[in-house]
Design a protein around this ligand. Structure first.
Ligand SMILES: Cc1ncc(COP(=O)(O)O)c(C=O)c1O
Length: 398
């Protein structure tokens, strides 16, 4: 026995277990249809899998160049040129990471100093505040609010100050499905320029949108030099377990990302990097097919949720739908989710996990008002979830 209090560091203790791990575990325990974590329950394209198998057979089993195989950084730069019209130097501006998750850790550890502030937009992807904490930074927040979840530019203006190092935006948005408009992005860009701070732009759902196409804030005037774009292969190619991601940023910012990345992982899995060249060279028809496919899945889940008495918000992008649980008689989103997992047999995510706690250590009522369903699932799974949800009794809207 030791008298010393060994355990999780003070920086990370407040974050506990990731909500996705918790919900996936509960889904397995209760045999629930899992619309929780955002991973497809179908496999990625055969041509990409074949490329990985070829790379393994060809003996691509050793470390890669730390910031990515040359052919991969070139393929990322070429794809970025095709989607955004912006030319980037693959050797100086692209860094291949182990998923966007590592990229967001590397960007914080490599560019944020202790005491710097980073503005996050609630609801946010849950790894962001943990990454800010690992870097010793401080989180400030602004919030997207129902019913339209418009970007709160006035709140952002108030949230940035002399200590703001970066504003982190995510579009298309998880969990709300917003695709930020040009006007919203121009508003954010103007605030970033005026405050002379960075923008970190998480664009992992860049290819999954249903109306207005995704626009990268890095393409707006005066933004390229202050933006770090983050993305990955996982969502676009239904290969979330491959964990191939990247950052795109001007050389001085990429140097910071790389300074952290080299000591986090040194490099990402070489054969999977090699196969991502084939993925990134996919013809336009692949991306169009992906969008058509997700539109059908989205419409199916919306219909199933409505059939069960829920009132979901229609997403403009990403593969998530949020819905309020008001009217079902539960105190908060966690209670509602626990009921769904244990009694109804459907797993989803309580959106309070995507908010910072208030000064009392608790999430406020607005933060606890929504639950998130993932529709990156087969039609059979989405229908099975709908069938179970329809068995749920409603107690009237409040
Ligand atoms: C907004 C957002 N960013 C980053 C990630 C993680 O991406 P990756 O699997 O490439 O690490 C996710 C995964 O769900 C996400 O939704």
């Amino acid at each position: 026995m030791t008298a010393r209090p060994f355990g999780t560091s003070d920086r990370l203790r407040p974050f506990g277990e990731s909500v996705f791990a918790t919900i996936s575990r509960l889904a397995a325990r209760y045999g629930a249809v899992n619309l929780g974590q955002g991973f497809p329950n179908f496999d990625g394209p055969e041509f990409v899998k074949d490329a990985a198998i070829r790379a393994i057979r060809e003996g691509r089993g050793q470390y890669a160049r730390t910031f990515g195989l040359p052919e991969v950084t070139r393929a990322v730069a070429a794809r970025f040129r095709a989607t955004s019209g912006v030319e980037v130097d693959p050797d100086a501006e692209v860094t291949v990471t182990s998923g966007c998750t590592e990229a967001s850790a590397a960007v914080m550890l490599g560019l944020v100093n202790p005491g710097d502030e980073v503005v996050l937009v609630e609801p946010f992807y849950d790894s962001y505040p943990a990454c800010v904490a690992m870097a010793g930074g401080t989180v400030r927040t602004v919030r997207l609010r129902a019913p339209d979840f418009a970007f709160p530019l006035e709140d952002l203006r108030k949230a940035v100050g002399p200590r703001t190092k970066a504003i982190l935006v995510n579009t298309p948005h998880n969990p709300l499905g917003r695709v930020l408009t040009r006007a919203e992005l121009e508003g954010i860009a103007a605030i970033a320029r005026a405050a002379d701070c960075l923008v970190i732009s998480d664009e992992v759902y860049e290819e999954i949108w249903y109306g207005e196409p995704h626009l990268s804030i890095s393409t707006l005037p005066g933004m390229r030099e202050r933006t770090v774009v983050l993305s990955s292969l996982g969502k676009t190619f239904s290969l979330t377990g491959w964990k191939i991601g990247w950052s795109i940023a001007p050389p001085a910012l990429s140097a910071g990302v790389r300074a952290a990345h080299q000591f986090l992982t040194f490099c990402s899995a070489t054969p999977l990097q090699r196969a991502s060249v084939d993925a990134l060279s996919a013809p336009r028809a692949y991306y169009e097919g992906l969008r058509a496919d997700y539109r059908a899945r989205r419409d199916l889940l919306l219909a199933e949720l409505r059939g069960a008495g829920l009132d979901p918000y229609e997403p403009e992008g990403s593969y998530f739908v949020v819905a309020p649980h008001a009217g079902f008689g539960f105190a908060g989103d966690v209670e509602f989710v626990m009921h769904l997992v244990e009694k109804v047999g459907v797993a989803c995510i309580p959106c309070s996990a995507f908010h910072m706690p208030g000064p009392d250590g608790c999430k406020d009522a607005e933060a606890r008002s929504l639950v998130r369903f993932a529709f990156c699932k087969t039609p059979e799974t989405l229908r099975a979830a709908g069938e179970r949800l329809r068995s749920m009794g409603r107690v009237g809207r409040s």
